[in-house]
Ligand binder design. Structure first.
Ligand code: PLP
Length: 285
């Protein structure tokens, strides 16, 4: 089945799907995005992702490209046309196409909307989760508004490439006080030796991950305690377990941090349980 993308009102073959050279996403990274997991043919936590999209747009004063019901239909149609049963759907909204000028374009300039979908290899992902992944730490160098899911991701791109070159899957940003903020495309968690789950408060220099929100519900339902507070790299290095969360990876155990094993160097029981139960708690529609 050939891939299809939605671009500003049209469903196009993937290789013909393009935006104008003066799209502000292309010129200024002036846009926002969302990534939603597709699981057994259903969207996972669509409501929360669209809530967050609307918030990101509001914060940047970008108009909504269409109403929520219409957007939901487009997402589903792109998933359907690409025959995605397990994978992800990506959506991006930019401030539209206009003559290059830093200030906002004239009132009434239509925002651009692009939606793509792609399949994931579930079996391969499960294999990775069974082994766990390695993470490196890098200095935090992003702007303070990382609560907005902006397409401006250059520090994240560089950090994740650095991780890849070090044989790791993710890079954790570390703030000036030595506390981990989050990963290049994931939220960061540890489980202390006392069995308490720790993750940084969403109000403090991180993206409020949708997976993070659901994982907290799962943890509480399993009778596990979650502490929302910053943790240091040293605390993570001494932790029982560590893991990362995102719509693309759900819960992924971290078994190596900066080249040293975390806990016993194997995926821990808390991360494994949270991963196993995640879809029982997510909204699947
Ligand atoms: N933090 C960053 C910087 C991200 O890019 C992402 C996802 O892309 C997340 C956290 C996790 O968010 P979610 O669980 O909504 O996918």
């Amino acid at each position: 089945m050939s891939r299809i993308a939605y671009v500003n009102g049209r469903y196009l073959p993937h290789h013909d799907a393009s935006v104008h050279v003066e799209d502000r996403g292309y010129q200024f990274a002036d846009g926002v995005y969302e990534v939603c997991e597709v699981w057994n043919g259903h969207l996972v936590d669509e409501r929360r992702h669209l809530d967050r999209l609307e918030r990101s747009l509001r914060e940047l004063r970008i108009a909504e490209p269409m109403g929520r019901a219409a957007l939901s239909l487009v997402l589903r149609e792109v998933v359907r046309r690409n025959g995605v049963r397990d994978g992800l759907v990506y959506l991006q909204v930019t401030r539209g196409v206009a003559r290059r000028d830093h200030v906002f374009p004239p009132l009434g300039t239509a925002p651009s909307l692009v939606v793509t979908a792609r399949r994931a290899d579930r079996a391969a992902q499960e294999k990775v989760a069974q082994q766990g992944v390695a993470v490196i730490t890098v200095p935090e160098n992003r702007w303070p508004r990382v609560d907005i899911k902006s397409i401006s991701l250059l520090p994240n791109v560089l950090a994740k490439q650095q991780a890849k070159e070090a044989g790791a899957r993710e890079a954790w940003f570390v703030d000036a006080q030595g506390f981990v903020t989050e990963g290049g495309s994931t939220n960061a968690w540890i489980v202390t030796r006392a069995g308490r789950i720790v993750t940084r408060p969403a109000e403090l220099g991180i993206l409020r991950g949708i997976t993070r929100t659901v994982v907290m519900e799962v943890a509480r339902a399993l009778g596990l305690e979650v502490e929302e507070r910053p943790f240091t790299v040293a605390e993570a290095a001494a932790a029982q377990e560590a893991f990362i969360t995102a719509a693309t990876t759900v819960v992924m155990p971290v078994v190596v941090l900066d080249g040293r094993p975390v806990g016993d160097g194997k995926p821990g029981p808390v991360a494994v349980a949270l991963r196993l139960k995640f879809h029982d708690f997510a909204e699947i529609a």
